[in-house]
Design a protein around this ligand. Structure first.
Ligand code: DSN
Length: 420
């Protein structure tokens, strides 16, 4: 039987091949990662940890999981890792279950300034089970306001502080975060889901020596399968020591237990295998060149959009993404996302800091270069992409023009083959 699902997958493959992909959290995995993710390991139940499973027949998946853990530890300089979280959200849920109690105060980056749902949003478990408080960016420069962070931390006495975002184009001062966390006796979690690849390759600050716990997704700048990971660095003792008696062994077993059985059942062993393959790729020198290129691409694309009269939140980028503030062009994020979609350019609408539009409309779009860099795009290609975007946005009400640009985009993308 030819299941219609395979026809739909084929259509999605064509969509991915033909379009310009600028969603900052998406990427294209290698064929090797895809092979592992689509392997027979999907059949295996392996609740527990390597050598401590609740099922028989785990000798080979045990090998896979041990290798995945070792590789990710090497990648980030971590002492301990759990590679089982199904996603970044699951990783954050497990850390919170392990480290704080229901009703405890958490301090995260404001979602409307670029934070993430799992950092205390009212509609997420993190904002329902815990008491969320927030820091944000300064209105004048859109950079994280460390004075406000300190002030809120002193006032609210959070048990957990989260450094990290899903839409922030600048680097993080983990030393400042740690000083504030120590002052108020909070556990410090860095969520590096977005910039993980740039951190692993030394292009951005590494939170591992400064934060008590680090979480990440594996599918964004790391170019792995969809999934999450939790890591602990060398400085795991204080103030976790209050709870974990200064023992990494004890802390890791609490975190392990918060993943399974705390928040998850059986690990997805095919995904863990694919994570292991991706981590090996990330350890190669070519991965650093890839990360350098994606950052250059983001910086060039942001500068070109400025030249064309668009506002860029914080004026530029240190990483793989940036936000375009569309107000100078009289546009909003919803219209821009739809318009670019008609031209086969995929982006997502996003609030800009201090936005006056609702989250369903927004004043901005978020732009990221990991996916196009994986396709092989360089600086010169950013000029072409900026031109496509500007022409489409300036002709948002002209269906024929948008159709023409879509044809040009499809032609352009033929030079960057995908999964041939
Ligand atoms: N991590 C979010 C994003 O950046 O798209 C989704 O949860």
């Amino acid at each position: 039987m030819q299941d219609i699902i395979f026809d739909i997958i084929e259509k999605e493959l064509h969509r991915q091949r033909e379009g310009i992909e600028l969603i900052a959290s998406e990427n294209f995995v290698s064929e090797a990662v895809m092979r592992a993710a689509g392997s027979c390991l999907t059949n295996k139940y392996a609740e527990g940890l390597p050598s401590k499973r609740y099922y028989g027949g785990c000798e080979f998946v045990d090998e896979v999981e041990v290798i995945a853990r070792d590789r990710v530890k090497q990648l980030f300089g971590a002492e301990w890792a759990n590679v089982q979280p199904h996603s970044g959200a699951q990783a954050n849920a497990a850390v919170m279950l392990a480290c704080i109690k229901p009703g405890d105060t958490i301090l995260g980056f404001d979602l409307s300034h670029g934070g993430h749902l799992t950092h205390g949003s009212a509609v997420n478990f993190s904002g329902k089970i815990y008491r969320p408080t927030f820091y944000g960016v300064r209105k004048d420069n859109n950079l994280v306001d460390y004075d406000q962070l300190r002030e809120v931390a002193r006032r609210e006495k959070p048990k957990l502080i989260i450094a990290g975002a899903s839409n922030y184009s600048r680097d993080w001062d983990y030393v400042a975060f740690r000083q504030i966390a120590d002052e108020v006796g909070a556990i410090l979690l860095a969520d590096i889901s977005h910039p993980a690849g740039l951190i692993a390759t030394g292009l951005l600050n590494n939170p591992m020596p400064h934060c008590h716990v680090v979480t990440s997704t594996t599918h964004k700048t790391l170019r792995g399968p969809r999934g999450g990971v939790i890591m602990v660095g060398k400085d795991h003792e204080n103030p976790m020591g209050l709870k974990f008696k200064d023992k990494l062994r004890k802390m890791s077993s609490v975190l392990d237990g918060a993943v399974f059985p705390g928040t998850q059942g059986g690990p997805l062993m095919h995904t863990i295998a694919a994570k292991a393959v991706a981590f090996a790729e990330d350890l190669q020198p070519e991965f650093k060149s890839y990360c350098e290129q994606l950052r250059t691409n983001a910086q060039v694309l942001a500068a070109l959009m400025v030249e064309k009269g668009y506002g860029i939140v914080s004026g530029g980028t240190d990483n793989h993404l940036f936000s375009i503030d569309l107000r100078s062009k009289g546009l909003n994020g919803k219209l821009a996302e739809e318009t670019l979609g008609k031209a086969e350019i995929t982006v997502n609408k996003n609030m800009v800091p201090y936005d006056t539009e609702s989250p369903m409309i927004t004043s901005g779009i978020r732009i990221g270069t990991p996916a196009m860099t994986s396709r092989g795009c360089k600086e010169s290609d950013m000029h072409i992409i900026a031109d496509f975007m500007d022409r489409a946005l300036m002709n948002h009400d002209k269906e024929e023009v948008l159709k023409g640009i879509k044809g040009e985009v499809q032609e352009f993308m033929k030079a960057f083959p995908l999964y041939q």
